[in-house]
Design a protein around this ligand. Structure first.
Ligand SMILES: [Zn+2]
Ligand SMILES: [Zn+2]
Length: 169
């Protein structure tokens, strides 16, 4: 989805659409889209820069780092970013600070909107995602999902404890 910068007037340019994004665009391993992506975006000129304000809605499937089960993450996020023409970054790069280098640029007067939207999705995904805050994870002994109850190892441990206590007496 390419938008030509010349289409954007001083009053701005609005877009409201639903797109299907390739799962390969998701950075998190094992994740995939459960829904198409709905978005609203308003592009406005600021001299040679473009301001992009909007929101995205979708849902993706993630793998919990603790129990290794898949779970759904609803994404509803707003963004307000500045897009710079690439030429501007190249000529000014030496004068820019570290954090300023993390902006999005566009080339040849063309804005790749899908790339921007995908980046917003990836930013929303938490580092080390968990299915729920109190996920109990898997048993290191047998690999059972402890959210579904105690595993045989737990029983075995209790039996050993019981025998041990018997010996003590
Ligand atoms: Zn989990
Ligand atoms: Zn176990």
């Amino acid at each position: 989805m390419i938008i030509n910068v010349n289409k954007i007037s001083d009053k701005g340019y609005s877009l409201n659409d639903t797109i299907d994004i390739d799962n390969a665009q998701l950075l998190e391993e094992g994740s995939f889209f459960l829904e198409e992506l709905d978005f609203q975006v308003r592009l406005k000129r600021q001299d040679r820069r473009i301001q992009a304000q909007g929101s995205i809605q979708t849902a993706i499937s993630l793998v919990c780092v603790r129990c290794l089960e898949q779970f759904e993450l609803k994404i509803h996020s707003r963004f307000d970013i500045i897009l710079f023409p690439k030429e501007m970054i190249e000529t000014r790069s030496t004068a820019l600070g570290e954090e300023e280098l993390e902006y999005i640029f566009f080339e040849n007067d063309q804005i790749d909107l899908e790339k921007i939207l995908v980046e917003q999705v990836n930013l929303f995904v938490p580092f080390k995602p968990v299915c729920k805050a109190d996920c109990k994870g898997i048993c290191p002994g047998c690999g059972a999902n402890l959210n579904r109850g105690a595993c045989p190892c737990d029983q075995a441990k209790n039996e050993i404890k019981f025998l041990f206590e018997k010996v003590k007496r």
